[in-house]
Design a protein around this ligand. Structure first.
Ligand code: PLP
Length: 389
């Protein structure tokens, strides 16, 4: 079989590969603490599950509109509009199976060979993968530890060329747990409006911040015309396996993204959309409870990492990832992550899997029990000891 050339451009998300390796080790009897996969370890709240069951009983088992059920688009426009303090219309909303397709579709709709797309590095690996896949040139904007993993707006300004077609930002961030401060978001918005460049704001972790409220780029002047929000229920409501995400964008782009849905998925599963409606309209206490638990784990885990000689870790301000610096370890991030898994029994991801600026770090997802996190800390300390320069 001969494959299309473009397939060689497509990257991957190693979390799924490390999960398979970890499961294989477990099958051979090794005890592994799973800190690799980026999903809350909580159950989906009961009322959401009940809403899905009711929907199945009520016959939400058929095709629906490609852009999503009207009642869900309306609820998203209202919810997103309220949290960002801007008026939004349901026509600006496209519902997709998980939030990931929004990245894919927006890049397909906006970027082509010869174009450039600016994206955060270290960052979610799918940005770079899909930018390459559509034939555009990935232009990394570094997120540096000394800036608490925010970007340098002056550096961003310098990266803009007449070929720049999109700027991707992510806050709170995967893999660093960093957030972009409001002053920076305002300047990014000004740069985007001045140059007429759309901004894809990946806000999938926007309800997962530990201090105050998440800052949103959409509140700034002109962003109604240039902003694209990516969000969904996966992380906020512990619904990763339901596959329900959405994009909110200017209407002309929503028309194209909807056509991409028609050409690929037809529509998102109807009963999961009804469940998402229950998530948005229902009690929000489960989100607060989950975040309180994540905060406890973050404090224990990050403080624990910082007591390991040879490691230092910036306190994450959002999401559920810790991204410690391992530059005092005499191994690459890949070698160290491999050793951690094979010998230490801790599944983690190499920083380089999040881009070149991720080398010298590893990513731990602290979506695991305090008992397991404490066990992981001991194992990590032993592994670091073996490699310490
Ligand atoms: N954006 C970021 C930054 C993520 O980390 C993830 C998932 O890990 C996604 C988007 C995808 O979310 P979903 O599971 O809804 O497709």
């Amino acid at each position: 079989m001969q494959f299309a050339e473009r397939m060689s451009l497509l990257g991957t998300e190693t979390a799924f590969e490390v999960l398979v390796k970890a499961r294989a080790l477990e099958a051979k009897g090794k005890d592994v603490v799973h800190l690799e996969i980026g999903e809350p370890d909580f159950d989906t709240p009961k009322h959401i599950i009940e809403a899905a069951k009711d929907a199945l009983d009520q016959g939400y088992t058929h095709y629906g509109p490609s852009a999503g059920l009207p009642e869900l688009r309306e609820a998203i426009a209202h919810d997103v509009g309220r949290s960002r303090g801007i008026p939004l219309r349901p026509e600006q909303v496209v519902v997709t199976p998980g939030a990931k397709p929004i990245m894919f579709y927006v890049l397909l709709a906006l970027a082509q060979p010869g174009d450039e797309v600016i994206y955060p590095n270290p960052g979610f690996p799918i940005y770079e993968s899909v930018i390459r896949f559509v034939g555009a040139r990935p232009v990394p904007i570094p997120l540096r530890e000394e800036r608490q993993f925010s970007l340098d707006v002056n550096e961003l300004r310098d990266l803009i060329t007449e070929r720049t077609r999109l700027i991707i930002i992510n806050s709170p961030q995967n893999p660093t747990g960093g957030v972009l401060p409001s002053e920076d978001l305002q300047i990014i918005a000004e740069i985007a409006v001045q140059h007429g460049i759309p901004v894809l704001a990946d806000e999938i972790y926007s309800r997962m911040v530990y201090e105050g409220e998440a800052q949103r780029i959409m509140v700034y002047d002109g962003m109604a015309d240039w902003g694209i929000i990516l969000d969904g229920v996966s992380k906020t409501y512990a619904m990763t396996g339901w596959r329900l995400g959405y994009g909110v964008m200017p209407e002309p782009l929503a028309v194209h993204v909807t056509r991409l849905m028609t050409n690929s998925n037809s529509c998102t599963a109807a009963f999961t959309q009804r469940a998402a409606l229950a998530a948005l309209h229902g009690p929000q206490e489960p989100v607060d409870t989950m975040m309180a638990e994540f905060r406890r784990r973050r404090d224990v885990f990050v403080e624990g990492l910082n007591t390991v000689p040879g490691l230092h870790c910036t306190m994450p301000k959002g999401a559920f990832y810790a991204f410690p610096n391992i530059s005092e370890v005499s191994a690459s991030s890949q070698e160290f992550a491999n050793y951690l898994l094979q010998e230490g029994g801790v599944a983690a991801l190499a920083g380089k899997d999040f881009g070149t600026y991720g080398e010298g770090y590893v990513r731990f997802s602290y979506a695991n029990s305090l008992t397991n996190l404490r066990k992981a800390l001991e194992r990590i300390a032993d592994c670091v000891e073996k490699f310490k320069r």
